[in-house]
Write a protein that binds this ligand. Structure first.
Ligand code: ZN
Length: 187
């Protein structure tokens, strides 16, 4: 049996099994980021010990849930535990309130915990998202004909107004505009 293909036994006991399959294989050190088996011995260990353990724990969890829907956090702990138990290191970290984010790879997006990285990114985003100039090269909506400031705090916002967006997206492509501008500088 090919390890990168999700075990049918696990699919039967967890609706997210296929989603987490490559994640657990990576964490256990069985496959590379691309899903290629990089450690045959580790693959055997995972197949013979990890998978039965995962199946047993997830089916017990299913009994505890008793048809009341999957308890995502309890299940993420099982996935992480088996991943760590199947990996090279023999250290299995205890989870605390501050380290619950370690379950994130095994949680649906909307159930994830905030990680220290998230709050750092948040702080950076907030400062980076103020005072950004409009990316329309011909924008002159700021004071003294400078570019206007983007008011939206959305990281994807690029223009100061719908008019600028329309102008930038119209036939005259920004790439061509850049080329023309560069040629003008060189000339
Ligand atoms: Zn603008």
């Amino acid at each position: 049996m090919d390890v990168p293909v999700c075990s049918e036994a696990i699919k039967a006991v967890d609706v997210n099994a296929e989603k987490f399959w490559l994640v657990i294989l990576r964490k256990a050190g069985v496959v590379s980021k691309r899903g290629r088996v990089v450690d045959e011995q580790r693959a055997d260990i995972f197949q013979n010990l990890g998978v039965p353990e995962l199946e047993f724990r997830l089916s017990c969890q299913g009994k505890r849930e008793n048809g009341g829907g999957q308890d995502h956090v309890a299940r993420a702990q099982i996935w992480l535990h088996v991943a760590e138990a199947s990996s090279k290191g023999d250290y299995i970290a205890d989870l605390s309130a501050a380290t619950m984010y370690r379950l994130n790879p095994f949680l649906p997006k909307e159930k994830r915990f905030a990680s220290p990285l998230d709050s750092m990114r948040d702080r950076m985003d907030k400062s980076e998202l103020t005072n950004r100039p409009c990316t329309n090269e011909r924008c002159a909506k700021g004071p003294d004909g400078t570019r206007g400031i983007i008011e939206s705090k959305h990281p994807g916002a690029k223009y100061c107004s719908p008019a600028c967006r329309a102008l930038a997206n119209r036939g005259y492509s920004s790439l061509r505009a850049k080329k023309v501008a560069r040629r003008a500088i060189l000339a």
